[in-house]
Design a protein around this ligand. Sequence first.
Ligand code: PGA
Length: 246
Amino acid sequence: MRRPLVMANWKMHGSRASAATLVAGLLEQIDDPRADIALCPSFVHLSQVLDACAGSALAVGAQDCSHMHQGAYTGEVAPDMLADLGCQWVLLGHSERRQYHDESDGLVAAKLAAAVEAGLKPVLCIGETREEREDGEAFTVVARQLQGALAEQSALAGLVIAYEPVWAIGTGLTASPEQAQEMHGYIREQLAEVKGVDAEQVRLLYGGSVKAANAASLFAQPDIDGALVGGASLDSAEFANIIAAA
Ligand code: PGA
C-alpha cells in the first residue's frame, strides 16, 4: 500500500508575511493526516517555512536545485545546501523549468543524481504539452522524459514521479480521472523496465489544476498516489481539503 503524498508548489509567490499566514492556517486545519504532506516555497522562504513546520506533519522541499554540489556557479543552489537546511524534498524537471530555462532531459538527470547523492528525495516532473497530446505523442514524450532522467541513475531510493500535463497547469483544465489514470498506469509500466526501481513502490502524483472539487475523483484512481498542487496550495483551506481527500 502506497501512502498518499500531497505536495504544494508555491512557485514564485508569496512574502514572509503570506508564507507565515499560510503555514499557520495549515497547521490549524491539519490534524493527524493520512497522507504525507510537503510544502515547496521559493528558496528565500525555505528557512522560515522549515522553522514554522518543525515538529509538525508538514515536510519541506525546494522547487529546483543545481546539478553540481558546490563551486563557482553563481545564482545556483546545491542540493547539499538544501539537505543541510533540513529540506527533505526537491522538485526536478518541472515543465516551467523545461520551458523557461531550457532544462533538457540530460540536465534533469544530472540534477536527479546530485539530489539523491545529497540525501534529498526527488520528485521528477514529466508531462506533455497540448500540441504533443493533439499529435498523439503524449505517451512517447512521457516515456522519453522518464527514460532520459532515469536510465543512467545508480540510486533511486524514494523516487516520486509527478505527471503534470502542461496543458492542465494553471489553466483550470484538469485531465479527467480516466485520462490521468491511463497515463499513470503507463508510467508504472515504464518504471518496471528501469533498473533499480521497484515500480509498485514509486508514488505517482498527478498535477495540473488540482483543487478540492476534483481531488477525490483523481485520488480514487488506482495509480494516482497523490497530487502536486500549484495555485490551490496558496489557500490553506483549499489545500487542507485536498489533503483530506487523499
Ligand atoms: P496548478 O500547478 O495546480 O496551478 O495547475 C501545478 C504545478 O505546476 O505543479
